[in-house]
Design a binder for this molecule. Structure first.
Ligand SMILES: *[C@@H]1O[C@H](CO)[C@@H](O)[C@H](O)[C@H]1NC(C)=O
Ligand SMILES: *[C@@H]1O[C@H](CO)[C@@H](O)[C@H](O)[C@H]1NC(C)=O
Length: 416
């Protein structure tokens, strides 16, 4: 009898394991939604780790290079990674730009993005796509301001992006173009595509010209409902780094890196509006505290991620995605052991929250690279086909997190 029960138990575990490996393809087909502090997929809580790969569309613009996207997507799924975060922008006159001038798009590049989405769909990935950059890489808010200037607008600083009526119109037009794009491979409009898990308003929004945070807040208050009005199907977040502002003075002093107090962001206020469905943070102690030692940085990592998960749970009552974490080999004092420690601790915090049915929805490392890529010298790049201790840590973390999803576990009113 005992033996029989053990066999039944074993069979259950094995079938669950198979499901987690994505063997049941139907399990990834629905839209990701949210209920309370959790993401939901096909009626079940959805906790998932993933990766950043900003280069996907750029590479996919060249049809002969598309196998790199295929390899990356297949390898990611094989390692249990289920969320891909990438850029939905490349603005300006640069090579392979997406939006070459306000309202003008390069069809080749758009087909590159189409291909990325269709491959993600084929293997069962979910995507988080960002509309614009704070930084001038790939154009960004600076490009929008330059466009407005060339049309005679009186703009000077990059931060005029948030207030100038023409740059705001350009941004809305871009959002509208993106969500209404009909994928040339799948024939599905982006706004109807369940492979897209959600949109981000901007990568790392900051507005240093208004430290009070009012300017950025006003922009989010205008743009988040706009995105929802043209695409009510998808989740939306800010793309925030997680810096606290005046709405949480205590967190501002106890958690923020000192430099974060002047960037005009406000983690709580910026996520505390209806049109924002989930919270976004990034974690880069190696960049934010270049002078501190590893032990202090790890201590910060824990406090930063746990603190935000707690606030997402108790104050925002929404799920949270750690949208970027990792370390570059070019950081002073880098060792593989340090990278492994960062990955291990990050996944441990997400897992602990998921186990409690909490807000910690998943963590996306920066960044995934593919075989024979032009950017394979990327210091933060992780090549999954190159077996390393970090790759093992990733596989083990996603396997454990997948087991939680297999159990139906809805959030209860417990402390995060
Ligand atoms: C955002 O852009 C401003 C320039 O407008 C720059 O000073 C700041 O460092 C950027 N920060 C991030 C995190 O993107
Ligand atoms: C791949 O592995 C080799 C040998 O371990 C290592 O030298 C190289 O840096 C790795 N490359 C990447 C991108 O991980």
């Amino acid at each position: 009898m005992k033996y029989l029960r053990f066999l039944v138990f074993l069979a259950t575990v094995i079938s669950q394991y198979h499901r987690d490996l994505g063997v049941e393809a139907t399990s990834s087909e629905g839209f990701v939604s949210r209920k309370g502090v959790q993401f939901i997929l096909n009626g079940k809580p959805f906790y998932a780790d993933g990766f950043n790969a900003y280069w996907l569309t750029y590479e996919a613009t060249d049809p002969t290079a598309r196998y790199k996207i295929t390899h990356a997507c297949e390898n990611a799924i094989r390692h249990g990674l289920t969320i891909a975060r990438t850029w939905g922008f490349n603005d300006g006159a640069s090579y392979r730009a997406l939006q070459t001038a306000p309202g003008f798009y390069d069809e080749n590049t758009f087909q590159g993005l189409d291909f990325v989405i269709s491959e993600a769909k084929r293997v069962g990935l979910k995507m988080i796509i960002t509309f614009v950059n704070n930084w001038s890489d790939y154009g960004g808010k600076k490009q929008y301001v330059d466009w407005a200037k060339s049309k005679g607008e009186k703009v000077s600083s990059d931060d005029d992006f948030y207030t100038n009526s023409l740059t705001k119109q350009f941004y809305k037009n871009h959002v509208k173009t993106m969500v209404n794009r009909v994928n040339t491979f799948t024939k599905v409009a982006y706004k109807d595509e369940p492979t897209i898990m959600g949109w981000e308003l901007m990568n790392e929004p900051q507005c240093k010209s208004d430290r009070s945070g009012k300017t950025l807040m006003a922009w989010i208050n205008e743009m988040a409902p706009y995105v929802k009005s043209v695409d009510p199907n998808h989740l939306l977040t800010t793309g925030h780094e997680g810096f606290y502002g005046d709405s949480s003075p205590q967190r501002k002093t106890s958690l923020n890196p000192p430099a974060a107090n002047v960037v005009g962001a406000d983690f709580i206020a910026n996520h505390n509006i209806d049109a924002i469905d989930f919270a976004s943070i990034h974690c880069a102690p190696d960049l934010w505290f270049q002078k501190l030692n590893q032990k202090t940085r790890m201590h910060f990592l824990r406090k930063w991620v746990e603190g935000h998960i707690e606030d997402a749970h108790n104050i925002l009552q929404k799920p949270l995605i750690l949208g970027e974490f990792g370390i570059g080999t070019n950081v002073r004092g880098y060792t593989l052991a340090k990278r492994d420690a960062i990955f291990t601790l990050t996944y441990k915090i997400i897992y602990a929250s998921a186990q409690r049915g909490g807000s910690g929805g998943g963590a996306l490392f920066w960044d995934l690279i593919s075989d024979d890529m032009s950017n394979s010298k990327d210091p933060s790049g992780i090549l999954l086909s190159n077996s390393s201790s970090t790759v093992n840590i990733i596989s083990e973390a996603t396997r454990k997190l997948g087991l939680i999803n297999a159990k139906v576990k809805f959030s209860r009113k417990i402390k995060n």
